[in-house]
Design a protein around this ligand. Structure first.
Ligand code: SAH
Length: 345
């Protein structure tokens, strides 16, 4: 078997690994040992699995491979310990992860696709389109490699890097299942998934009852305004999106978090704030206001009235906070690092 035909062992759930191991004639308890080496001790070579016989290790390396990413770039903020990584993948592609330090611990933002199909007008990740989905292992390894390189423990994870997680649904769910079964106790309560609003998949996600927080990239509260900056709004208009959010809350009991990136003159006026108040009135939710990151290929400008906008929402009884800007000195907008690399090379 050549390297490319081998099974990517880090992308297997525990049940899938048990099945594969028994197929090659081994006892199923070996799967737990292998899982421990891969996901807890995080070895990068079968030879390091010392409680497994040399003969079985040799057999494993014939059928399986252990992928490992390469750090192509590491930008460390001199202000607040934020670290931005550009990870190189085996096929020459690259994705970004960002490690941020908060009072409650370290949070890692990871990518779920190489590029993105969604076409949001203000986003750098979608400019050159979609290339491919990430495998479960390629999402896990962003966590493992970041912890290894930084020496810091990741306490919470946000699926908010490059890509639309619900457009890579099966691999994302598998990644979540692996993360949850590792034994190390990474509770999925500390995990948020951010989507531009792929409604059919929001219903599916709710049925899985994984207990993760759902973040919706809202950015505008009328179909006209939202449709002008987010093409997904044509497929799933706001009324449908709100129904899917209500269903997610009813099925999981988890309050929805709405992301609202403020763009000067586009969605930061009093009128926009009032539309948002109207849309969210009475809903159990939280609004995260973000001054938009300026992307050099786009002409959107940062809003100057973020605090005023927030006050208007909170005065109307809507729970809203402004996201703290981290890593201002390394602040390439999401997807910009990968994009710069593609343009340079
Ligand atoms: N596709 C998913 C997750 C990736 S984008 C989603 O749409 O939610 C992560 C978040 O960053 C989203 O809220 C997205 O709308 C926002 N975003 C994208 N480009 C941005 C920019 N230039 N400035 C501020 N936020 C941006």
């Amino acid at each position: 078997m050549n390297e490319t035909e081998k099974i990517d062992i880090l992308s297997l759930t525990k049940d899938e690994l048990i099945k594969k191991i028994t197929e090659i004639g081994e006892k199923s308890f070996r799967a737990a040992q292998i899982y421990d080496w891969l996901h807890i001790k995080r070895v990068t070579d079968f030879a390091q699995m010392t409680n497994i016989s040399a003969q079985f290790r040799e057999q494993l390396s014939r059928f399986f491979c252990i992928k490992s990413p390469k750090i192509k770039k590491r930008l460390v903020s001199g202000i607040d310990n934020t670290v931005k990584y550009l990870y190189g993948l085996p096929d020459g592609e690259a994705v970004e992860s960002v490690l941020m330090e908060y009072k409650h611990g370290n949070s890692l933002c990871i990518s779920t696709q190489v590029g993105c199909k969604m076409g949001c007008r203000f986003c750098a990740s979608t400019i050159a389109g979609w290339v491919r989905n990430l495998e479960p292992s390629e999402m896990l390894l962003q966590i493992y490699e970041t912890e290894r390189d930084s020496g810091r423990h990741v306490d919470s994870i946000v699926l908010m890097g490059i890509g639309e997680p619900l457009d890579n649904f099966d691999n994302v769910v598998k990644f979540l299942r692996i993360l949850n079964s590792e034994g190390e106790g990474m509770s999925l309560r500390h995990l948020s998934l951010s989507t531009c609003g792929v409604c059919d998949k929001i219903y599916e996600l709710a049925r899985l009852k994984l207990g993760i927080t759902l973040s919706i990239s809202l950015h505008a509260a009328t179909d006209e305004r939202r449709g002008a900056i987010m093409p997904i709004n044509k497929r799933f208009p706001l009324a449908e999106l709100m129904r899917a959010c209500d269903d997610y809350f009813a099925a999981t009991g988890r309050r929805i978090s709405f992301e609202f990136s403020l763009i000067e003159g586009v969605n930061d006026t009093d009128e926009s704030a009032d539309e948002l108040i109207e849309l969210l009135r009475g809903k159990p939710c939280h609004v995260n206001l973000i001054p938009i990151n300026e992307v050099k290929e786009r002409d959107f400008r940062k809003s100057k009235s973020v605090e005023h906008f927030r006050r208007r929402l909170t005065d109307a009884g809507i729970n809203a906070t402004v996201r703290r800007t981290l890593g201002a000195d390394i602040n390439a907008a999401c997807g910009q690092l990968r994009r710069d690399e593609a343009v340079d090379s």
